[in-house]
Write a protein that binds this ligand. Structure first.
Ligand SMILES: [Zn+2]
Length: 128
């Protein structure tokens, strides 16, 4: 499936919302262990192609998450990060989407598996 149009639409919406004027590129590739990450220097967001089948909400979350790293110029998930994130997607929804992502990373061939206990997000990002 071609997600290019949807990616552009989501990117435009959240760049405007966050007040990001830089050119941001999104690359979609298959990764074994990474869900999504951003190169803050080249302003390029990388998204794991395997996660696209989880649907549009997950794609929105992944792009927003990485754009917030760009906006704050930080790879940390600190209180400012979470406050910004939760102003667009409520915490309960974020938990749900993260559960879907973690389940998919653990079991790529299954759909909609949930596993919160081993929740690990954004391998490239430093943990708090
Ligand atoms: Zn992150």
């Amino acid at each position: 499936m071609n997600y290019a149009g949807l990616v552009e639409e989501i990117l435009k919406k959240y760049k405007e919302a966050l007040g990001i004027n830089d050119e941001v590129r999104v690359k979609i590739k298959k990764y074994k262990t990474k869900s999504a990450f951003i190169n803050l220097k080249t302003k390029t967001i990388f998204i794991n192609e395997n996660l696209l089948e989880l649907g549009e909400e997950v794609l929105r979350y992944l792009i927003l998450h990485e754009l917030i790293h760009l906006k704050l110029n930080s790879k940390y998930h600190d209180s400012e990060f979470n406050r910004t994130l939760y102003s667009y997607i409520p915490p309960e929804k974020v938990s749900e989407l993260r559960g879907l992502i973690v389940g998919k990373m653990l079991h790529p061939s299954r759909i909609n598996t949930m596993n919160y206990s081993t929740a690990k997000w954004c391998n490239d990002c430093r943990q708090e």
